[in-house]
Every structure is written in C-alpha cells, then in structure tokens.
Design a binder for this molecule. Structure first.
Ligand SMILES: NC(=O)c1ccc[n+]([C@@H]2O[C@H](COP(=O)([O-])OP(=O)(O)OC[C@H]3O[C@@H](n4cnc5c(N)ncnc54)[C@H](O)[C@@H]3O)[C@@H](O)[C@H]2O)c1
Length: 427
C-alpha cells in the first residue's frame, strides 16, 4: 500500500477525496465477484506477475477496479486509462490510486485530447502486456507510440469492436504482437454482452428518462449478442420490440423469437425508444430523424459514438436543450418534434448508468485475469496475430461460476464419453 501523502502512484484523476466512497463501492462489487476474488487470493500466493508492467485501457468502474486488484495482488505494476470518455467512475479512479496503489489516468467527461493524453500517459509506463477494450490503446501503440511496440509481449481484447479492429490489423499484416480475444470466450460474450448489456442498457434508459417501457415500441438495431439481451429484456417489460438487421440469419432468428423485423427506414417512424448496438456506423441518420415521433428516445450501446449521426441531429435541430435531465439532451426540430439523445450517443449503459452488474463482470474479468496469467508462460511462443483464449480457461471460469452459485452438473459416464468420441456405434 503506498504512503497516502508522499508515495501515490502516478495519476490524473478528478478528485482523490472521492477515494473512500470508491472503496465502499468497489468492495460492494467485490462481494458479487466470487470467481475473481478466488483468483485474486491465489495470485496473492503465487505472484505470477512479479516484475510485469501492464497497461490497461478499460472502463474505469468498480468491476474493473476489482480486476486491477487481482492483477496487482499477483505482483503486476499497472497503469490504467479509460476506454471511453464518459464511462469513468471518478470515485473508483480515486480509490484505485489512493487505496490500491494503481496508477490511473482517467477523469469522467474528458474531451478527445484528454482521452488520448490519458492513453499516452498509461503507455508511458512502457508496458510488457496490454489490456484493451475497443482497441484504442493498441491502435495508439501502432500509430504514434511505435517506439514502445518492441517491449510489448502480448495483450487481451475485451469487446467485439476491438476484436474486429484487431482482426483487420492482423489481416493487413500491421499487428506487431499477439492479442487474445477475451470477448470471444463463451463465458464472456454469452453473458456479458447479452445479460450485462441487456439489463444495463435499459437501466440507463430508465435513469436518463424515467420512462415506462410497457406498451412502448422499442427499436433495437442489431440482433447480435448485445441486441438479443436488450430486446429480450425490453420484451420482458412489456415493450413491443422491433429489430433492424443487415444479416439475414440474425433477422430470421429475431422473427422466430417473435419480434417484428423491418428496415430502419420503416422502424424510424413507429419507434418510441431506439437502441443501436451494431458496432457499425450511421445506423440512425438524417432520414430517420426526419420521420421520428415527438419524444423519441435515442440511445447507443455499441462501442463507439458512431451509430447515431449526432452531427446531422445538431444540424437539423432548431434548438438543443442540453441536459434536460442528467445525460439527456433534447433536440427540438423546426416542426416542434423533440428527440432525446442519451449520453451524447456514447455507450449509454456506462454513460447514463453504471455499466454491467458485477455478477456478470465476474466472468469477463476472470477470463481476463486467467488469460493474462496464461500469457506469461505462452506469449513468447505466439507470432503476432489474434488468438482465441484456451478452451480450458473458458470452461474453468464456467465451472468456478457455477460452484459459486451452488449449482452442480452431471459428468459424463465412461460409456457416454466413449459414445461421444466414437463413430462406429449406430442404432
Ligand atoms: N454496451 C456495452 O457495455 C457493450 C458490451 C459488449 C459489447 N458492446 C459493443 O456492442 C456492439 C455489438 O456487440 P455484439 O457483441 O452484439 O456484436 P455482434 O457482432 O454479435 O452483433 C452485432 C449485430 O449488428 C448487426 N449489424 C451490423 N450493421 C448493422 C446495421 N447497419 N443495421 C442493423 N444491424 C447491423 C450485425 O449483423 C450483427 O448481428 C459492439 O460495438 C461491441 O463492442 C457493448
């Protein structure tokens, strides 16, 4: 533990005075993260990261704080910056610096320059390993900080958008070290993206607008893991759900789940709440704003603020009433219609709510922690490229989570095992 007055790790946070409140919230989250806690206790004994420098670009939340605690207990020296300008919880950032000895560069609501200054400050630690959420840190390393690339042995990526960007970098031969797709483990995307984004996105709509979803038409753009979570939870609250998609199979899946599917050009005129979660750009644009109903609520839960064309909204609106509620901006159109943009079009569940609940981040971050440990022994064997997390880690996390929930499952009998691994046995 650093000396609180003279020996704090390097940092740029909003207010260290928020540390005590941050500790309370981090410990509250920790109670709901039994798998990560177990890993932290083992790391404290085994110290797999002694002498290792890690730079992490992630949402600075209570759950991330618990991941940092686990890595720190394992001996890592950590520099953390935010992966989104609106997602930083200032009290968690302060607590990490003051109580847990983690170097943090993150302030809620920094501008673009501040955001990249913080990424650069984390990179100044000359990391051996990197943790990214959306690929901005890895991208910066390969752009303006190539002097540090040779020192990086490997890293992990947390989200779908980051995996897409890394895969493109690898295909272009641009990626210079191995990156592991933590997002793609079953114990991450099947739970975090679906149940985490599903619940926390609606939580954000409620906190930002206090609206009733029952009976409302909710348009969800993108029926991937996140979109399924959002639409199923909205339906559970009595909303009439409409899906827009570009993938025919996903669209078919949505139809058979009982949702209406149509192009956004049609959905725009009937929707009352719109959630974009595609990872793609220009999903809600000028032509859609032109036909939307008065009072329509617009939120984005995809990684970047590119899904809702905010520039068009700004241009079309006769007036913008900023912050009519916390994290709600009202755009008044020339014909008097008002469109409500949540969290400036950035990840709404982190901008207007607290992000995913700890119960689900327990699995995502257990995957991160165990993958980091695996990389210590295996990074040197990997060529630059994008890799899956070893299946054993994924299954271990599922087993540990089930055990923490008091749930046990059957095991294969030798005859069943033999049957599943043979091809000779027919009817
Ligand atoms: N809010 C969060 O906390 C959170 C959590 C996890 C992932 N994410 C992000 O959410 C986004 C989606 O993640 P996912 O795991 O669901 O990805 P996914 O690939 O499973 O799903 C995305 C879906 O969007 C569809 N799509 C693409 N372009 C479209 C368009 N123009 N119109 C309609 N549909 C379109 C795709 O066909 C696909 O089915 C990514 O940016 C990811 O990084 C956010």
């Amino acid at each position: 533990m650093p000396d609180r007055t003279t020996d704090l790790p390097k940092h740029d946070v909003t207010d260290l005075g928020l540390a005590a409140q941050g500790v309370k919230r981090i410990e509250w989250a920790d109670r709901a993260m039994p798998v990560l806690r177990q890993i932290r206790e083992r790391f404290a004994q085994e110290r797999p990261f002694d002498g290792v420098r890690l730079a992490a670009c992630m949402h600075v939340t209570t759950e991330t704080a618990n991941l940092m605690r686990a890595l720190k207990a394992g001996g890592a020296e950590i520099a953390l910056c935010a992966s989104n300008p609106l997602s930083t919880q200032d009290d968690s950032a302060a607590a990490l610096v003051q109580e847990y000895g983690v170097s943090v560069f993150a302030r809620n609501a920094v501008d673009r320059d501040g955001y990249y200054a913080h990424i650069n400050a984390a990179l100044d630690s000359a990391p051996h390993y990197v943790f990214d959420d959306g690929c901005d840190l890895v991208n910066t390393l390969h752009g303006s900080r190539t002097d540090l690339v040779d020192g990086v042995k490997a890293g992990c990526e947390e989200t779908t958008t980051g995996v897409i960007r890394l895969t493109q970098m690898a295909n272009d031969g641009a990626l210079r070290f191995p990156m592991v797709k933590v997002n793609d483990t079953d114990t991450k995307h099947m739970f975090d993206n679906r149940y985490g984004t599903g619940q926390s996105t609606l939580d954000a709509v409620f906190r930002a607008t206090n609206t009733l979803l029952a009976g409302k038409t909710v348009v969800v753009a993108g029926y991937g893991f996140c979109g399924k979570g959002v639409s199923q939870r909205a339906a559970g609250l009595g909303a009439l759900v409409v899906i827009t998609e570009i993938d025919p199979t996903k669209a078919l899946d949505a139809c058979m789940q009982g949702f209406r599917v149509m192009p956004m050009a049609e959905a725009a005129a009937i929707g009352e709440v719109f959630i974009t979660v595609t990872g793609n750009r220009d999903v809600l644009t000028r032509e859609h704003f032109a036909v939307m109903r008065d009072g329509a609520i617009l939120g984005n839960s995809g990684h970047f603020d590119i899904e809702i064309d905010i520039r068009a909204l700004e241009e079309m609106a006769e007036r913008k009433n900023a912050k009519v509620r916390h994290q709600t901006d009202e755009y008044v159109m020339p014909d008097g219609r008002r469109l409500m943009l949540l969290a400036e079009g950035r990840l709404v569940n982190l901008g207007a709510a607290e992000g995913h609940p700890p119960q689900v981040m327990d699995m995502s971050f257990a995957d991160q922690a165990l993958t980091a440990e695996w990389l210590i022994d295996n990074a040197a064997k990997l060529e630059p490229g994008v890799y899956d997390v070893p299946t054993e880690i994924d299954k271990d996390v599922a087993r540990l989570k089930l055990a923490s929930m008091g749930v046990s499952v059957d095991t294969l009998t030798p005859a069943q095992d033999d049957y599943l691994s043979s091809w000779e046995q027919g009817s």
